[in-house]
Write a protein that binds this ligand. Structure first.
Ligand SMILES: [Zn+2]
Length: 101
């Protein structure tokens, strides 16, 4: 399983809350935030079918999308401002906090 398939929008939300990140748009202060997701396509584990994951985009498009080269986005639906969160930080946070679920 891809490590990226660990991070659902709910978990990303938990991460943002857990680290005290601002959820409102830093540009216009709107709370209408959209988190781009991607549907899992080639999963073998039945639990993963039809699940959506936060879309990891490359930080440097010259290289493959690996955790060290990936970021998660948060898009403001009001002004279009895009915030980015480094995937390694989110995945590490999840690894440390998942046992508490
Ligand atoms: Zn905004």
């Amino acid at each position: 399983m891809s490590v990226f398939h660990l991070i659902t929008p709910e978990i990303f939300n938990d991460f943002l809350t857990g680290v005290g990140a601002r959820i409102n748009c830093i540009a216009c202060n709107s709370d209408t935030i959209y988190i781009p997701t991607v549907k899992a396509d080639t999963e073998t584990n039945n639990n993963e079918v039809n699940k959506y994951f936060v879309w990891p985009s490359a930080i440097n498009a010259k290289y493959d999308v690996e955790p060290d080269n990936a970021q998660y986005m948060m898009v403001c639906k009001n002004c279009g401002y895009v915030s980015h969160y480094h995937a390694v930080i989110v995945i590490d946070w999840y690894s440390k906090n998942r046992s508490a679920e």
